[in-house]
Design a protein around this ligand. Sequence first.
Ligand code: PLP
Length: 426
Amino acid sequence: MRRDQEIFDLIELEHKRQLKGMELIASENFVSDEVMQAMGSYLTNKYAEGYPGKRYYGGCQVVDQVETIAIERIKQLFGAEFANVQPHSGAQANQAVLLAVLKPGDTFMGLDLDQGGHLSHGSEVNTSGILYHHIGYTLNRETGRVDYDEMERLAREHKPKLIIGGGSAYSREWDYKRMRQIADEVGALLMVDMAHPAGLIAAGLLDNPVKYAHIVTTTTHKTLRGPRGGVILMGKDFENPWGLTTKKGVVKPMSMLLNSAVFPGNQGGPLEHVIAAKAVGFGENLLPSWKEYALQVKKNASVLAQALIDKGFSIVSGGTDNHSMLLDLRQKYPDLTGKVAETALVAADITANKNKVPYDERSAFQTSGLRLGTAAMTTRGCKEDMMLLCADLIDEVLADPENEQVIKRVREKVNETMKDYPLFAY
Ligand code: PLP
């Protein structure tokens, strides 16, 4: 018996929920035991405000080494010259970048939330949209892909100080080169948030935005398969374009502005136990076997997308280049909302999330879309045959989402099948 049995019982319940279900949430994954152990380690006891070698607390000699290893590993992984591994989350990494490069009221551009962007790219309910002036770019209605011509037109018109690329529900490769050209033309900085595809980029399966963008952010817990957290990277450090200087009159490099924006600008003490887990995760990303995993994630996503298309579902942009896809339910089931679809699937132990599709006439609480991703199922060792099964089961549930018999039958099949797959098979 533990002192807090209530919470540990709930942790075990969540463990069982994860084991028995099919996890298709595009932003989720399952971490290795070593990542988990680092997170639950003695490092959680340590305060370490500041950066390695320059802390505001004593006793940081060990965590300095941990944080330095995390920094060096992720720099190696993405070919970056600078990394800050302290952001507690992806949203906080983005918030820190905005704090470093914008003043309140400044204009910046990011993909609109209801077109697949993230909250922290300018949504009116997030600090990015509350403190700064956001101009949203969109997807082309016909192709479902980022409309770079529109992006260019908007950039010329609004002269943003920053353009953000990347999104949360976008299954296609980005044209970072074109975005950098647009940013250069209007004198903006380019930031790319690669949170979703970072694991595939690390494996060399998608273009690396670190080569093109001034600043890159990512979460560490999606396709990268590390602990929950954020990171800021730069391919090359550079002098800040506004001539901000130190007390000694030296022009501050962007690395200094970014570090100050994370701490003390945005956060207090770093989570060194999470940073240790990030280091362990980056170590896994650097192994030759990582490419094998990432390739399977991508393969699984194309097989799942094609199987759903074959069943008459529509996928925004017609397919996927990465781990994710956005089903537009309106083509096959015009009356079915994402909310009803999500609820029915969850009842069958298939976890996915409702999502607006571009130009959705339904609200964010209802939606006409369902977002799916294959990173988590791939970590469990699932291959193409399992993707075909997922498509069959999803189709069976969505054809009759209120039929409890169907849901029960599918749930039993899901639970029985997943018994053969450990949470972490790599
Ligand atoms: N950036 C993108 C593109 C995301 O999709 C997300 C989360 O889904 C985030 C940032 C935010 O990450 P976090 O939930 O760690 O704040």
